[in-house]
Ligand binder design. Sequence first.
Ligand SMILES: Nc1ncnc2c1ncn2[C@@H]1O[C@H](COP(=O)(O)OP(=O)(O)OP(=O)(O)O)[C@@H](O)[C@H]1O
Ligand SMILES: [Mg+2]
Length: 341
Amino acid sequence: MRSDANIAGPMTDPVPGPRTESTGEDVSRETPPPMDDTPIGRAAQLAVEALGRAGEGLPRPEQTRVIVVANQKGGVGKTTTTVNLAASLALHGGRVLVIDLDPQGNASTALGIDHHAEVPSIYDVLVESKPLAEVVQPVPDVEGLFCAPATIDLAGAEIELVSLVARESRLQRAIQAYEQPLDYVLIDCPPSLGLLTVNALVAGQEVLIPIQCEYYALEGLGQLLRNVDLVRGHLNPTLHVSTILLTMYDGRTRLASQVADEVRTHFGDEVLKTSIPRSVRISEAPSYGQTVLTYDPGSSGALSYLEAAREIALKGVGVSYDPTHAHFGAQSNPSMAEGIQ
Ligand SMILES: Nc1ncnc2c1ncn2[C@@H]1O[C@H](COP(=O)(O)OP(=O)(O)OP(=O)(O)O)[C@@H](O)[C@H]1O
Ligand SMILES: [Mg+2]
């Protein structure tokens, strides 16, 4: 794993082009931005903008940033966020590894990575002590993006890990022993707080919590935050919640903006200014083994993940982010979401 402070610089490696062009109207349910009136014109304008942004390069982190994407609530956008942020960071020129730590293997699927039972996987790394380098595969279509897949074996790992030496820090050791240079490692956690998630929390410095903009959005988060505190106190002093990302934001509903407001009140600066709109393109992409960045690079979903990636990269080097896409931001409204429990 890279830890050389001297190689910081713009992420200006060649940027691969997208495989698919935008072909029609994006069916995101967000309020459309004030652009060209026609659907095709708007899509074309967004595509050009997305590609321009992807190519502009971003500052490299001084050390590999290991980001744990966690929320024990199911279906809040952990996997979607992991793969699309990872692709965005790679398109911005970074070298990025996605570690699929969910036995469902959804991140592997979304990245077009083979993960049937015989494929060397993160299970072999955690339980059989196989080197991480032996299971990592390059992601087709996105240069600089790699994936350590999860197979169904991983479902048994929660139990099998219990009796192993250093059961909480096996992923941390594997990442530390990985010698390829990386700018980011993104770990997609399962919707639970078991040993797999604990391994991720021990391995990472940062926790990214995706929060779905719906009622009860904050329910259960207290438990995750307490686990982060416990791991920081006992096993990993560098761990902190660095990023909250609002997902499936529907600008047409009052509820979404109320939840967003509540989350911002609780977490302040950790909440990204960019939120991810609810977008059919985002939900369609995995069934084609693609991220939304290659599936429909001009869609609002692709743009919002590129923006979120930019914000994360800039925050990481202490540069304040200047939002240029006001339509991705959440609006303030009186609160009615549940508080943290
Ligand atoms: N911004 C979005 N717009 C529309 N659909 C979305 C969006 N983000 C995620 N989805 C869809 O919501 C569902 C849940 O998303 P995802 O699988 O990323 O959540 P998760 O937190 O990883 O779930 P799990 O807890 O099961 O691992 C998926 O069908 C996904 O395609
Ligand atoms: Mg998931």
